[in-house]
Design a protein around this ligand. Structure first.
Ligand SMILES: [Zn+2]
Length: 124
């Protein structure tokens, strides 16, 4: 199950951030999921408790933050919003675009149980 391995990878990041802050409990984590990431948010939500069981984030609340799709045009060099099935330039209509945003799966925030809090973009 793809989403389970995605959760495991996220939990590795969460545990690293928690270790850096000396936290022993994670209250919530926020993950940005782009429509082109290949990850189904509902499946991710279902897989999370299974992956997190026994970990530092076992009781953490999972918040999934949707991301917008943005493409950059290779013809007119402008950026524009796009939809999953229509990655066309919004300015000149050309199909030769590359995805700037919308394919990310990113750990955005980790909130610890006690007092410490880390808010960082852990791109990767
Ligand atoms: Zn264009």
């Amino acid at each position: 199950m793809h989403e389970l391995s995605v959760c495991n990878a996220l939990l590795v990041q969460v545990e690293r951030v928690a270790a850096e802050h000396g936290a022993t409990c994670v209250a919530s984590i926020t993950v940005r999921v782009g429509p082109l990431s290949g990850v189904e948010p509902d499946l991710l939500r279902n897989a999370y408790p299974i992956a997190a069981a026994g970990s530092i984030a076992a009781t953490a609340e999972l918040t999934l933050e949707p991301a917008d799709i943005v493409v950059a045009c290779t013809v007119c060099a402008k950026e524009s919003p796009a939809s999953v099935n229509r990655l066309l330039c919004g300015h000149c209509g050309d199909f030769r675009t590359r995805v700037v945003s919308g394919d990310e799966l990113m750990l955005m925030q980790v909130r610890f149980g006690a007092q410490a809090e880390a808010s960082s973009a852990l791109a990767g």
